[in-house]
Design a protein around this ligand. Structure first.
Ligand SMILES: Cc1cc2nc3c(=O)[nH]c(=O)nc-3n(C[C@H](O)[C@H](O)[C@H](O)COP(=O)(O)OP(=O)(O)OC[C@H]3O[C@@H](n4cnc5c(N)ncnc54)[C@H](O)[C@@H]3O)c2cc1C
Length: 381
């Protein structure tokens, strides 16, 4: 990506992100993957360097950057071989904090954003429930009004940063009879009475990232916890999810590039039958297919990012690009394992971790099937 005209304005930024990632984070990743959790220090390191406030205005300690800067971040930070870690950070800084700034009350922003930007308070976003993932409209978490306060009851699952979060954006139903106008998001303090982390989940990949089930039992919040107005939760969720999907796409793109890089390197070193394996046509074909998919994914993702950056409707292109790149990144990681032969199946080489980690990308933030449905629906209009 260095030298790409797409991020020509951000070359120095890309270099400094890469330097910090390689020096401060990369050397410890394997240890954290084994331990099953990366430390909160990662947030502090990134906060101190100013990287958690890319989309946050200066008023709250951020740098007031735009989506293109955030895109350059995703593609660079996403080179780290721990997708659980990179996405956990991006969810906190690019999706949750950004969503809170866009829709939150002045009081909530003042409470959470300055600390979020420094990495002192961590955020989570809770949409999914045990009985409602793709079909989000079926959520059962409710918020009911009692005087000037609201009481939240329900449970959420698969929540990234859920076990370590200090604040959680929670999608609830405030009026089950009002259709899409009956949803409201609240920001909940994890210290609130009635909130608890009921379980952390073991997973195929994303080992360094915590994924949790959360319970809200008569959790009371006041009006300042409402994001925007009552009934705006669905529209806000759609908007936040759109950007989240692009963030996941750009992260997958970065992972696919690293797999391609590893496979090319290995194919140029490993010998069999008296030749480098890169000299076998079938291996060259794999490599050229990997590169083709990466270039196509990059073109689509950058087109969607351009639309978002210029404030245009980009839902169809985001869905198209997520469907393509998140699926193909898994294919690319799989071929990287294949090119590494038996070593590819061992933890000594990175492709196996990339494969396990990237495997979530066609599921999280809206599955590939849901992305296809969006494209079909929009094209049919
Ligand atoms: C590690 C991890 C981290 C996550 N982080 C978060 C988070 O931070 N916050 C959060 O809220 N959620 C999070 N999620 C949840 C994630 O977004 C959901 O898992 C995802 O949206 C799919 O929902 P589901 O698991 O309920 O699958 P389901 O919706 O039950 O889908 C099962 C299958 O049916 C298919 N399907 C469903 N409906 C249709 C349809 N209409 N047409 C075609 N096929 C369909 C799906 O594509 C899928 O293949 C996370 C999940 C994981 C595993």
């Amino acid at each position: 990506m260095r030298g790409s005209p797409y991020y020509a304005d951000h070359e120095a930024f890309i270099d400094s992100v890469r330097k910090l990632s390689q020096q401060e984070i990369a050397p410890k990743i394997t240890e954290w993957e084994k331990k099953g959790r990366f430390p909160n220090d990662v947030f502090s390191i990134l906060g101190d360097a100013g990287y958690l406030g890319l989309l946050i205005s200066e008023e709250y300690g951020g740098v007031g950057g735009d989506y293109k800067l955030a895109g350059a971040w995703c593609e660079t930070f996403g080179e780290l071989p721990s997708v659980g870690l990179t996405v956990a950070v991006n969810m906190h800084s690019l999706v949750i904090s950004h969503g809170l700034e866009r829709f939150g009350s002045a009081e909530a922003k003042k409470t959470w954003l300055p600390r979020a930007v420094k990495g002192e308070s961590i955020g989570a976003y809770a949409f999914t429930e045990p009985g409602a993932g793709s079909d989000l409209a079926r959520i059962r978490t409710v918020a009911t009004k009692k005087g000037s306060r609201w009481t939240i009851n329900g449970s959420k699952t698969f929540i990234t940063n859920g076990a370590r979060a200090d604040f959680i954006l929670v999608l609830t139903k405030t009026d089950p009879s009002a259709g899409y106008g009956g949803f409201t998001t609240f920001v909940v303090d994890a210290k609130a009475k009635g909130f608890k982390v009921s379980k952390t989940l073991d997973k195929l990949g994303w080992h360094a990232s915590d994924t949790a089930e959360l319970v809200f039992e008569d959790v009371e919040v006041d009006e300042s916890a409402i994001l925007g107005k009552i009934g705006e939760g669905w529209t806000q969720a759609a908007s936040n999810l759109n950007w989240e999907r692009l963030m996941l796409t750009l992260t997958s793109l970065a992972g696919a590039r690293k797999c391609y890089e590893a496979a090319t390197l290995y194919a140029g070193q490993r010998e069999a039958f008296g030749k480098k394996i890169e000299e076998f046509p079938v291996i060259t074909h794999y490599l050229s297919e990997m590169r083709r998919k990466i270039y196509l994914g990059e073109a689509l993702a950058h087109y969607a990012l351009d639309l978002l950056h210029s404030g245009k409707d980009c839902k169809t292109y985001v869905a198209m690009s997520k469907r393509f790149m998140c699926d193909e990144a898994v294919w690319v990681a799989d071929k990287a394992i294949q090119i590494h032969g038996g070593y590819g199946y061992t933890t000594e080489f990175l492709p196996e971790r990339w494969w396990r980690d990237l495997r979530l990308m066609p599921i999280g933030g809206g599955t590939s099937e849901i992305m296809s449905n969006i494209v079909v629906k929009e094209l049919g209009r």
